[in-house]
Design a protein around this ligand. Structure first.
Ligand code: HPA
Length: 283
């Protein structure tokens, strides 16, 4: 195992290099909001105005794109008048077995000035009020993996308070914006499951007993990293299916991509309105 001190110094160096690379490529950029686009939401990148596109390959420590539907690009530009840094593609725990795969990326977003992080994902639903095609605002999470992206961190800051991790004010703003968009936006608890296999029906029953409303394979490590870095966080789940054992339909990544793409326009509209209201000082 890598020595904790050495790996911390490596992360710090990669963040510094990535921040410098972004500043060199987009010297005027002063992003306020970071966004991570999950499955099916990649098209939001087209809404970024005056975008500078930087391949992750140019940013040390950024994820290597692996999963179909995830590009590997950071975009700097603006949406609705708010300056943003958009991650088109994320790393998942299941790709490498490393829960900290997004550590450099999240810290880089903080390093270039973001103080809000909005995460999106695809998820399976456990509840009838969030059927496939619905969009759920994450109110809290359950970490079902037993790992943390902060393993091997040192110092008192690693003991991150997770109360209010999904920022109350941002949630209120997003709910108001959803009403204006004519979009239903129920709130629910997201459970992080390791993947890449889907859950078993017994795991889904357990998830329900434990208090989850949806299950998915991402987002939670980024939320923990973002809270550690002092960012305010919001997360949206596109419900792409009923979780294992709830319906007869076999689960597949193809279905995830198809349903997420169908809901994508509504989520993009919501994000655009949220960013416009932010720039106009309405949030
Ligand atoms: N489980 C886990 N992750 C998912 C699911 C699911 O049912 N659907 C989309 N992502």
């Amino acid at each position: 195992m890598e020595d904790a001190g050495r790996s911390a110094r490596k992360v710090e160096a990669q963040v510094a290099e990535a921040v410098a690379a972004v500043r060199a490529r987009a010297p005027q950029a002063a992003p306020r909001v970071g966004l991570v686009l999950g499955s099916g939401l990649g098209a939001f990148a087209e809404r970024v105005e005056q975008a500078t596109r930087i391949d992750y390959a140019e940013l040390p420590g950024f994820p290597e794109p692996g999963v179909a539907g995830h590009a590997g690009r950071l975009l700097l530009g603006s949406v609705g008048g708010t300056e943003v840094a958009v991650m088109q593609g994320r790393a998942h725990y299941y790709e490498s077995g490393r829960a900290d795969a997004m550590k450099v990326a999240v810290r880089t977003l903080a390093g270039i000035g973001c103080d809000i992080l909005v995460l999106t994902n695809a998820a399976g639903s456990l509840v009838e009020w969030a059927p496939p095609g619905a969009v759920m605002l994450v109110s809290d999470h359950i970490n079902f993996t037993g790992v943390s992206p902060l393993f091997s961190e040192v110092g008192d800051a690693r003991f991150v308070d997770m109360v209010g991790a999904y920022d109350k004010e941002l949630r209120k703003n997003l709910k108001q914006d959803a009403v204006r968009c004519g979009l239903e936006l129920p709130e629910g608890v997201y459970m992080w499951c390791a993947g890449p296999n889907f859950e078993t029906p017994a795991e889904v029953r357990a998830a329900k007993v434990l208090g989850a409303d949806a299950v998915g394979m991402s987002t939670v490590p980024e939320v923990i990293l973002a809270r550690h870095a002092g960012l305010r966080v919001a997360a949206l789940s596109i419900i792409t299916n009923l979780a294992a054992g709830i319906s007869e339909t076999p689960l597949s990544h193809a279905q995830t991509m198809e349903v997420a793409a169908a809901a994508s326009d509504r989520v993009q509209g919501l994000l655009e309105r949220f960013l416009a209201n932010l720039s106009e000082g309405k949030h």
